[in-house]
Design a protein around this ligand. Structure first.
Ligand code: NAP
Length: 284
């Protein structure tokens, strides 16, 4: 079997078309643009690229971005004061703190300070709890994008056996929870899983969020499976996924490429979250 590529760039562009009209509808109704504040601390080169992409996505869709660049020497109290000020800013609907933060700043503490209503990344405990309980909440961007990518194949998720490799709070766990809410039967695997292949080779859907270059090999994949590669592993200036793409493509029915799969959808879901937060705040 030669897998069909799930084109995250193309899907992302079509979702952005809808977001453009939603952003315009908000502006018309409430007399201002939806606003997203993006905070970067220090000069991590990867963060620079991610922040640039997020700001560009805002521009594409008609969302106003507010960019804050704190020096690497910024203190925890400087960052917390900024977050609290943005929580109270009526022109800001979403607040995002780009991770990782420099050593000496407690990430968990900073993320907890973002108002759950403005938590564009969906990392706050209130939103994580909402996801668990099936309550209206802001969903983490990468897992939300993963679900859209799978749905774009037209293959129903309900009843499928899904294996998520990775249990991080930002990808693995919420991706598993979203697949469960779509009625898949979900297994979460991690570094202590014994006999990983025995799980993956029976899975209809594999989500690889491991952070190890080409970790998932072709012989770990069931014929016809849908394979979603979340990995972003830089090596020799090139970007590699967590899946050995060529051999996996021989087994899978659908597969996401790296780059051009999950990445573009993550940024688009961030903008979607911000627009939804803006409407929710006005209408609830
Ligand atoms: P993470 O926090 O490092 O989590 C990695 C997970 O993989 C952990 O749960 C770990 O298990 C598990 N793992 C490690 N070695 C394993 C092994 N040998 N067998 C099975 N499981 C193993 O990473 P993350 O933040 O979830 O990110 C995962 C990957 O996705 C990274 O490459 C990251 O760059 C990428 N990413 C991409 C996007 C995007 O937009 N495309 C967004 C976020 C992340 P333990 O829990 O037992 O340690």
């Amino acid at each position: 079997m030669s897998a069909k590529i799930i084109d995250g760039k193309a899907l992302s562009l079509s979702v952005r078309e809808n977001l453009k009209s939603e952003a315009a509808r908000f502006e018309k109704k409430y007399g201002r643009k939806v606003g997203l504040a993006v905070i970067k601390v220090g000069d991590n080169p990867a963060s620079e690229v991610y922040v640039r992409n997020k700001i560009k996505a805002c521009e594409d869709v008609g969302v106003k971005s507010f960019s804050y660049n704190l020096p690497g020497s910024a203190s925890e109290s400087e960052l917390s004061e900024l977050i609290v000020a943005l929580n109270g800013d009526a022109n800001v609907d979403g607040v995002l703190v780009q991770l990782p933060l420099p050593k000496g700043i407690n990430e968990k503490k900073m993320l907890a300070l973002i108002s759950p209503e403005k938590d564009a990344d969906g990392f706050h405990a209130v939103n994580a709890g909402g996801l668990m309980l099936g309550l209206p909440c802001t969903k983490p961007c990468t897992p939300a994008g993963i679900i859209e990518l799978i749905k774009s194949t037209g293959v129903p998720i309900a009843g499928k056996s899904a294996v998520v490799i990775g249990r991080s709070n930002i990808v693995g766990k919420p991706a598993a929870m979203l697949l469960l809410s779509e009625h898949a039967t979900v297994t979460i695997c991690h570094s202590k899983t014994v006999g990983l292949k025995s799980y993956t080779e029976n899975a209809d859907i594999i989500v690889a969020a491991v952070g190890i270059k080409e970790f998932v090999k072709g012989d770990m994949i069931k014929d016809g499976a849908i394979v979603i590669d979340v990995g972003m592993n830089r090596d020799d200036g090139k970007l590699y996924g967590d899946v050995a793409f060529a051999e996996a493509s021989e087994k899978a029915s659908y597969i996401t490429p790296v780059p051009g799969g999950v990445g573009p959808m993550t940024v688009t879901m961030l903008i979607k979250n911000t627009i939804e937060s803006a409407f929710r705040c006005k209408e609830n």
